[in-house]
Ligand binder design. Sequence first.
Ligand code: ZN
Length: 308
Amino acid sequence: MELLFLGTGAGVPAKLRNVTSIALKLLEERGAVWLFDCGEATQHQILHTSLKPRRIEKIFITHLHGDHIYGLPGLLGSRSFQGGESRLTVYGPKGIKEYIHVSLSVSRTHLLYPLEVIEIEEGTVFEDEGFFVEAKELDHALPTFGYRVVEKDKPGVLQVDQLKERGIQPGPVYRQLKLGESVKLEDGTELNGEDFLGHSIPGRVVTILGDTRVCSSAVDLGRSADVLIHEATFNRDQEEMAREYFHSTTKQAAETASDAGAKLLFLTHISSRYAKESWEELEREARDVFPDTYIARDFMEYVIPLKK
Ligand code: ZN
């Protein structure tokens, strides 16, 4: 489970920061990559990484502002050219279906893989045996979602040695015990699977928010998250501007991370008005409130450590 920032700028592309896109690499967990937003030239950014578009299984769009979606039709088309055959699902607010349909149909782009587009509402937008993803509406100039990606706890490993010591040989019994079920042996002994399982491995939580003003949904989504990714379009002194333009300051993002009890905060969606020399200052402002803050940069990677 690894984050790769493909674009960390706000509004318009800049030389050092492309517009928003974040990849969550789940290669070990599910052989797939999930993308969050797809600003213009995201596929150009991908060319500088080892990421393979055919590996992209899901794309979660936070909102329909151009700097978050103008790279989508191009990427969808290229994925087809580059041998992508597996299903791709795009999640996003109402309107995402029309946007994709119109872009692909007027340009006569034919995809060689099944594409599913799901217009979401608040709640669980995806769930399988390994993960679930929850969405909540944030406070921005148009409908905008934040996503909370939750890796489910993994059951502990079956303590085979213990079973063998007791003379229980591998077979269907092992399978049942592995599921934590109770099993009655032929001699009448009853075994409880829970007694033969090692510690379960707690899943990790990553919260990726779209553009937003300070709001309670952001705190809810980021609750105890291992990583919270929050926009910081303005510096500490620009609270009024942030409010007017439906964005957040560095300090406000840090306060949200602190209120949520998140473990780590990445600030992204950094305006090009802040030159490279001032990035450290932005980071420092946030660290006054939430010490474990980092300003994301394009191509920065972060491996989310396994929990004990
Ligand atoms: Zn926006």
